[in-house]
Design a protein around this ligand. Sequence first.
Ligand code: TGC
Ligand code: FAD
Length: 392
Amino acid sequence: MKPDLFEAPDYYNLDELLTEEHKLVRNAARDWVKREVSPIIEDFAQRAEFPKQIINGLADIGAFGPYIPMEYGGAGLDQISYGLIMQEIERGDSGVRSTASVQSSLVMYPIWKYGNEAQRQKYLPKLASGEWMGCFGLTEPDHGSNPGDMVTNFKDKGDHYLLNGAKMWISNAPFAQVAVVWAKNEEGRIHGLIVERGMQGFSTPETHNKWSLRASATGELIFDNVKVPKENLLPNKSGLGAPLGCLDSARYGIAWGAIGAAMDCYDIALRYSKERMQFGKPIGQFQLQQKKLAEMITEITKAQLLAWRLGVMRENGTATSAQISMAKRNNVDMAINIAREARQILGGMGITGEYSIMRHSMNLESVITYEGTHDIHLLITGLDITGLNAFK
Ligand code: TGC
Ligand code: FAD
């Protein structure tokens, strides 16, 4: 793979909207990605393997629980810093950002928000340091966009719960020590349970043959009469709104992360267009290539503004779920289109692992599907503006 020469585009001087702390956090993540992720990631993606050696580094840059209070081992940062960290990690690879998103927003967040103090003390510091890795089980083989119809269930057996069912497409599952699992009780109410590796009847087979997110480990969660201790139930929120509340936090991070992937594709294509000669000129001198590049930087700038404004609203507690859906949908779509156009600017070189564009392009096929598909987020916006529910 070519050396990482990334220079971040900032066409509207958005750095002026950031505090010194934001820039310090962002630059530390950016430097770490250049140093620790870029040199190895293509190789791990080609081999379809998650690079476990980066777990400690992810913890060091605050990627595990950026906004979780420091008393629980989190970085105690604000929402903009969280977004900037996700942006920089996904600039390296969406699969690595997935690992951080799941750990922070889908495992630490529900334990912090819906757990009791004993659960927070037991799990959060170990998850923040990367000593334990976590995963989040909502999707099932027959229930993806419609998780409310899930069939995974648990029964009260007096001194424990008995958990049965299966989850599919679970990021981090093959190596996670801890799984936050969503299941229905005997009354059909959805609750979160903390399931630990080693509990009898719990297995996590890996999903193979992915063309996308190859450097992220994906698997199933199988529960065959798993005895879950009663103290592992998350007590402070139940119903579908509980897992969906975690998704709000993760989707917000993805809205930033996708900008990172897009920035990397744009930066590579811009540099290549000035160096690659055809017909006696750099290809960047042709109007058709300039149109592609000009549209890319315009879309990246719009996405940056959307993410920054959403971050301000997240921080002051006014962002709605529908506003988060709009940003996730827009920014991932923006990134996937830029990856496709950028690959064309590189011609044949664009399909090789010498450059990260094709890897970003394939990764984004997962990002546009998980955490709510492109269509589902459009329907959430449709419901919000019309008051008419396409899901019912
Ligand atoms: P609906 O009746 O609309 O809502 C049920 C209850 O949930 C509340 N709610 C929310 N709460 C918090 N945040 C949100 N975003 C919320 N959206 C809805 C709602 O108020 C209601 O509460 P209550 O108290 O009235 O009961 O639910 P529905 O069954 O009609 O479904 C709505 C729909 C389709 C929007 C929703 O289910 C959905 O978002 N589907 C997409 C599924 C999804 O995103 N799955 C993601 C799985 S995790 C994943 O992909 C991780 S990838 C990890 C990585 O980064 O690698
Ligand atoms: P389906 O729900 O079957 O949808 C298929 C198609 O139908 C889509 O185009 C969808 O938009 C469309 N559709 C569905 N309903 C409607 C409707 N009402 N109107 C119009 N169109 C509709 N899940 C987890 O719980 N944890 C994880 O860690 C996790 N990680 C993942 C990692 C990867 C790599 C992938 C690919 C997925 C992951 N997922 C995870 C699952 C992901 O959230 C689901 O794939 C996603 O929510 C879509 O569900 P589905 O694949 O079952 O598609």
